[in-house]
Ligand binder design. Structure first.
Ligand code: SF4
Length: 276
């Protein structure tokens, strides 16, 4: 399989946001320092994963251990972080927000669940695009849990961010922001089924953690997200669209993307499609 293109599963959904940016990051090796809020998200995930992995392995899950791992990940990132990129947050306020969310998650959210897997390492998954082009999805389902519901297994994905929680449809309650996440969760469903050799039958779920303003956690459901990836008789799925891009080598830019900014895109300086 000499011409297999290896892609981290967690990067896959970015292909359907700005494909030109995705090509820069994943095929051309363009990098930029991470933002403080991205690091905060990574650190929260490290802490909450410690807690849930202990539960999964039948051990006594400890909020203190989760908090310690959060602090360690915040202060010792494995990559470069530009704290000057966001003047709305500093290390001290990141600690306060992250510790609040980590302990809230451990004390009130995690106890609602029984997990079948936490941050599952996937069996490499090949997508044959035709004409000898094969995409191989690898890595772990970062930030993702496989939960056991009464009806079967479902994906729960933890998302952090400034607007990860929003008003619900009634305007009276709060829900996790689900818009824009179907491609990633659909991919995770397909990969989890292939790795676990079990069907994922329950709706996908976002566990949203808001990291700006008052810290908040809320959940929201996405029904049948894999439809977006696989398509149906009326419309091709995103996998088919991806195959066309990878075979042709043409990756369309998306200057309307919310990540189209100097802050988030490593291709910004050379990109002729951006709108200032
Ligand atoms: S600058 Fe905007 S359009 Fe260009 S690659 Fe980056 S996100 Fe895409």
């Amino acid at each position: 399989m000499s011409n297999a293109i290896r892609i981290r599963a967690s990067s896959w959904s970015g292909l359907f946001d700005c494909a030109y940016k995705w090509e820069g990051q994943n095929l051309l090796g363009m990098r930029m320092p991470s933002s403080p809020r991205a690091l905060l998200g990574t650190a929260i995930h490290a802490g909450t994963a410690t807690f849930d992995l202990a539960k999964l392995n039948g051990k006594m899950a400890s909020v203190d251990e989760a908090a310690n791992d959060f602090i360690n990940a915040l202060h010792h990132p494995e990559y470069e972080v530009d704290w000057r990129a966001d003047d709305s947050i500093n290390k001290r306020s990141a600690e306060v927000i992250g510790l609040t969310l980590t302990s809230d998650y451990c004390n009130t959210i995690s106890p609602r669940y029984e997990f079948a897997a936490v941050e599952l390492e996937i069996t490499p998954f090949n997508i044959d695009c035709g004409d000898g082009v094969i995409i191989q999805l690898t890595g772990t389902l970062d930030r993702c849990r496989i939960r056991k519901d009464n009806g079967g297994l479902g994906i729960s994905d933890v998302k952090t961010g400034s607007v990860a929680v929003e008003p619900d449809a009634s305007g009276k309650g709060r829900t996790a922001k689900t818009k824009g996440h179907a491609a990633q969760l659909g991919t995770y469903e397909i990969l989890a089924e292939a790795s676990l050799q079990q069907l994922i039958t329950e709706p996908a779920e976002i566990i949203g953690m808001k990291t700006k303003g008052k810290p908040e956690i809320a959940t929201g459901l996405i029904y049948n997200p894999r439809l977006v990836m696989l398509g149906n008789e009326d419309a091709p799925g995103l996998i088919e669209h991806a195959a066309v891009m990878l075979k042709s080598g043409l990756f369309p830019p998306n200057p309307s993307s919310w990540v189209c900014s100097q802050k988030y895109c490593p291709r910004w300086n050379s990109c002729i499609y951006k709108t200032n």
